[in-house]
Each structure stands twice: as C-alpha cells, then as structure tokens.
Write a new protein. Structure first.
Length: 456
C-alpha cells in the first residue's frame, strides 16, 4: 500500500511500513517579461477617453493572473504622477491609462511584479497637451497633426487626410486613438512629395481627393500639389478598405487658362506665379471639394484664396467643374461653370460638405497662413448659385489648431443637430516646449482634435 502526504514542503512516502522522507521539488520562476504596445503616449488635460497603452506581461512557471502591473512617475509628476495612472485587466494583456495633471512631458516607469520576488520594468514617455473648451466633446486622432480633409465611411469611422503626407488614415470617430488602418498611395500617384491634400468627397463608393493646386508656402511650384485622384471604398466602419483609382494632374493649369480667357476676374495667373505664396488674399489655394446639388458630374472647388474679387468685395469663391467625373475617369479636359461668390463675412472656404438632402455646411476661416486666432464659422447653404448662405455657428478660436474639415453633415432641419469637425494642429505648440506638432519626433505625440458642435 502506498500513501503520499505533503506537509510543509516534505512528502512522506509510506511503503510497506517504511517511511521515506523525500524533499518536494521547488518551483523555479523565470524573469518576468513586459512589453508596451507603444513607448510614447499622448493625453490632454481634462480629456475624456484618452488613448491607452496595452501592457503585455508573462512569467514562466507563474499564472499571469498572479502578476501585478503598476506605474510610477519617474520625472515630472506635475504632468502625471503615480496616482494618475490606472491599470485594468487581469490576464496577459493589461490596459494602462493616464489622467493628465498638467501640460508637458514626463516619463512613467511601468513595472510587472512577478512571483519569486522577481520583476521587470519599461519606460513609457508621456506628453500632455493643455485643456480645451468643452473637453467632453473632444477626441484626439493621433499619428498625424495636419489633418486637412475627412470622409465619413459609416459605422462610426472616418478616413482622414493629412496635408504634410500622402497617408490616409482610418479612425474611430468616437474615441481618442491611433488610426485603425493607413494607406499611402504615393507610388501609384507617381510622387515622392506631398500632394497637399485639402479636400475630399464621397460619391457612391468613390472618394475624390484634391491637392491644394497652389504653390508651396515659399511661392514655389511643386508638381505633386497639382493632383486630384480617386480611391475606391469597400467595406465600411472598421472594415473599410481603400484601393487606388485614377489621378489627374492638369486641373490647376486649366483653371488658370479658364480665368485668363474670362478676363482674369479671379487673378489665377497672378496667384500661381513664381514667388506668390498661396495663402494670401489674392493667392491661389483650393481647400474644399463637394458635388453640386443632385449631381454626380459637377463638382464644386472651394477656394481658401483668392477671395472673389480680392479688392473690393471679399467674397468666398467656388468654381464648378462641370465634368469632374470624366476628368477622373477618363482624363477628359476640365470644363467650368461660372464662379459662385458667397458672402461669408470676409472669410474663405476651408471645407464644404453636403448630405443626401443637399444641405451644405461650409466651414469658413481666414485666407491667411497663420490664422489660428482668427474667426471661424459654420454656414448653411443650399448649393444654388445666387442663394445666400446663413451662419449657423461661430467656432472657438482659443484652442490650438485651425478648424479644417467637416466629417459629415447631419439633418440641418433638426433642432440641436450636431456636427463633428477636425483641426489642422500642425503649427500648434501642443506641449509648451515651442515645438510645432508637425515637427514632433514621435508620431504618437502628433495629434489632431476632433470636436462635436451643436448647431443653433
């Protein structure tokens, strides 16, 4: 008869009346492992739903549920301290969130405490931007700061363009996070520099994108900016996929020729001349793209500059491209309708978007280059030349970055309709160190703000 007893780490083996004492085998634990889904994290003071970092831990010989994850401030606690870090989850992957205490940078030491008295650490570099107005309505799209155009792709997701690169990014509109998916069509477009994407619109399953068509900020002609192109959408929401369609690179030249043939009313030839900066009252810079009411052929190009005419008047300018579908589908030479001049209180067009009911929202802002402190407003319009737009909202100007994109247009006949806008924050000093967001070393610290506004 055999009988095994475990008492205080010693097993007593009874065999035929003889007791043999055998030491129990000791458990050996390995060194814990820890990895972070990102080494850099951005937040904002007062923010709701800031991005999180996944912390993956393990230890040989141990149940991961027995491992403890914590974080402590290792540099500037005034930005975020030990008590401002929250770790949730009990498995191999935990979620770490930080509540910003103040603006600036700090390093956090993330530690996994394993069994056998062993531990391991990683450093998380954290940056916090200042508080903004209505923080509960704000979300931050990280990975890029110069957001310039957006298209809703249903399911709560939007594709966002950046005017400092040719990368298109898919974001969840409801949360602050990195893009779900990215696409870079530079090779298909045959360019190595930025197209300076500034406008976009969706018709069916085709997204039309346009570059600014203007000179660069130093007044130099850069061919990639004279690009319009299409992408084809499949899927929706988080499953959205984009495929490259076609491009066209003569639209700027054809706009200049059209204006010249019509008496140089808008000064396109002068605005595109060598040495002319695009963002001046008589410059040349396209920032809005949308189709005419009920049309899938005529597109409206909305201009940030020039105002129409620059002296006197100061009205915002739209030029209809009456065969825009064929320009992109077959390379047909562009044809144009009469310019549409809108009174936006001296402001220019930064974006234009319509809904299925042909209700338009125009995001109006200054034509100037450094305009973050200048007024912004939303105007409602019916898309008909000769009909006046109506102001629906003034937008705050004290937050970093300029309002640049309308994601989609709600039913504007409903009281309390809400619209989501996105900033271009590339020139903003987000973290108080004098560095513009576009020049930050780490993509995770670059971000644009999306905010919801209620229309009165």
């Amino acid at each position: 008869m055999n009988k095994q007893l475990g008492i205080a780490g010693i097993a007593a083996l009874v065999v035929a009346g003889t007791v043999t004492v055998v030491p129990a085998q000791a458990v050996t634990y390995g060194t814990p492992t820890i990895s972070l889904s990102a080494s850099y994290l951005s937040g904002a003071v007062g923010a709701v739903g800031d991005p999180v970092v996944n912390v993956t831990v393990g230890q040989s010989g141990a149940d991961v549920s027995a491992l403890t994850v914590s974080a402590s401030a290792s540099s500037k606690a005034s930005v975020a301290g030990t008590g401002d870090v929250t770790v949730t989850g009990a498995g191999a992957v935990r979620q770490l969130a930080v509540t910003a205490r103040g603006r600036g940078y700090t390093n956090l030491t993330v530690k996994v405490a394993g069994l056998g008295g062993k531990s391991a650490t990683k450093t998380l570099s954290y940056a916090a931007s200042a508080a903004v107005q209505n923080p509960a309505e704000a979300r931050y799209f990280t990975g890029a700061s110069d957001s310039s155009a957006a298209v809703d792709v249903d399911g709560g997701y939007t594709v966002v363009a950046d005017d400092e690169s040719n990368v298109l990014r898919l974001y969840d509109r409801s949360c602050s996070a990195a893009p779900v998916r990215t696409w870079d069509f530079s090779s298909q477009l045959g360019v190595t520099k930025e197209v300076d994407i500034e406008g976009a619109t969706l018709i069916g399953n085709t997204i039309y994108w346009t570059g600014s068509l203007g000179n660069n900020k130093d007044g130099e002609y850069k061919a990639p900016r004279n690009t319009v192109f299409t992408t084809t959408v499949t899927g929706s929401g988080s499953g959205t996929q984009l495929a490259y369609g076609r491009s066209y690179k003569k639209l700027r030249d054809e706009l200049v020729a059209w204006d010249t043939a019509n008496g140089n009313r808008y000064g396109f030839a002068a605005g595109t001349a060598a040495g002319e900066a695009p963002k001046q009252i008589d410059g040349f810079n396209v920032e809005g793209l949308e189709f005419a009411p009920g049309s899938t052929t005529t597109a409206y190009l909305g201009f940030r500059a020039p105002l129409a005419p620059a002296v006197p008047g100061g009205k915002a300018l739209i030029v209809p491209v009456t065969n825009f579908d064929k320009v992109l589908s077959s390379g047909a030479k562009a044809t144009f309708g009469a310019g549409i001049e809108l009174d936006l209180g001296g402001l220019a067009i930064r974006d234009i978007r319509k809904n299925a009911a042909n209700q338009y929202l125009i995001l109006a802002g200054s034509w100037a280059a450094d305009d973050n402190s200048d007024p912004y407003a939303l105007y409602q319009w019916d898309g008909v030349a000769g009909h006046a737009p109506v102001k629906r909202a003034d937008l705050p100007t004290t937050d970093p970055g300029g309002w640049e994109a309308v994601v989609d247009v709600p039913d504007l006949s409903v009281a309390g309709a809400r619209v989501q806008l996105i900033t271009d924050s590339g020139s903003a000093d987000l973290y108080g160190d004098g560095v513009e967001a576009k020049d930050l070393a780490h993509p995770e610290w670059k971000k644009a703000r999306a905010a919801w506004f209620t229309l009165n």
